[in-house]
Design a protein around this ligand. Structure first.
Ligand code: 5RP
Length: 243
């Protein structure tokens, strides 16, 4: 897979992801309880962390997906269930978009529910991203909304109604994976990808979405990120903090 290629052979975006992943692994301290996010950047991070664990770093990771758990175990990183630990010291995860206030869209990889549970169980959340992820306004990336399978078409109609009421005139909503073989999350739910265009008021939209019966979680991560490590293709990183 591309994560195993030498830097010279990688695509520029992969080099940027690797730079962010390596810098993120460097901020993990001995003894920490660490939330391990999901996605391609986080897989690079987990591999970098695995190297540090191989050199003697002692940490416990709490994964946000079955795939991250499997990778961490394969690399010899000690993992725990969220139920069996106290507050996490640090949570590292990717993002699909992040605005200047640190508000994010997540869930492109399909793990938004578990990611948000872990993200809000930590003292400090750091977004680990490449330079394509910061945006002036959220919404170019379709907003993932995780819904219960039972009655999902009814839930979809209510979500559409909310979008229209909120001023999104033609929301395009698609069931991830398609109706013939829908994508099912680790939590056993479907995802509706909602192309809205610019989201000027993400917080009220997130609250209103969560009020709809059948919505398990939405991909707006509000007031969660404390900082972001932004990787560049030349191997450098920039760290941005949010108030
Ligand atoms: C998974 C996520 C990911 O963090 C997000 O999609 C970013 O992924 P990548 O690092 O592959 O760009 O939210 O549900």
């Amino acid at each position: 897979m591309s994560g195993d290629l030498s830097p010279q052979a990688m695509l520029p975006q992969d080099r940027a992801k690797q730079a962010a992943a390596d810098a993120a692994a460097a901020i993990v301290e001995d003894g920490m309880l660490v939330g391990l996010g999901s996605g391609t950047t986080l897989r690079r991070f987990v591999r970098s962390l695995g190297l540090r664990v191989g050199q003697g770093l002692r940490i416990t990771g709490v994964p946000t997906s079955e795939s991250t758990r499997a990778l961490a175990v394969e690399l010899g990183i000690s993992v725990a269930d969220l139920n069996d630990v106290s507050e996490l010291d640090l949570v590292l995860d990717g993002a699909d978009e992040i605005d200047p206030q640190g508000q994010m869209i997540k869930g492109g990889g399909g793990n938004l529910l578990w990611e948000k549970i872990v993200a809000t169980a930590g003292q400090r959340f750091v977004a680990v991203i490449d330079e394509s992820k910061p945006v002036a306004h959220l919404g170019k990336f379709p907003l993932p909304v995780e819904v219960v399978r039972f009655g999902w078409r009814s839930t979809e109609r209510q979500i559409r109604g909310l979008f229209v009421e909120s001023g999104f005139l033609e929301p395009a909503m698609t069931l991830r994976g398609g109706e013939a073989s829908p994508f099912v999350t680790d939590g056993g739910h479907y995802i509706l990808d909602c192309a809205l265009g610019e989201i000027t008021h993400p917080e009220p939209l997130a609250i209103a979405l969560d009020r709809i019966a059948g919505v398990v979680e939405n991909g707006l991560f509000i007031d969660i990120a404390r900082s972001a490590i932004i990787g560049k293709p030349d191997g450098t990183v920039e760290t941005v903090t949010y108030d």
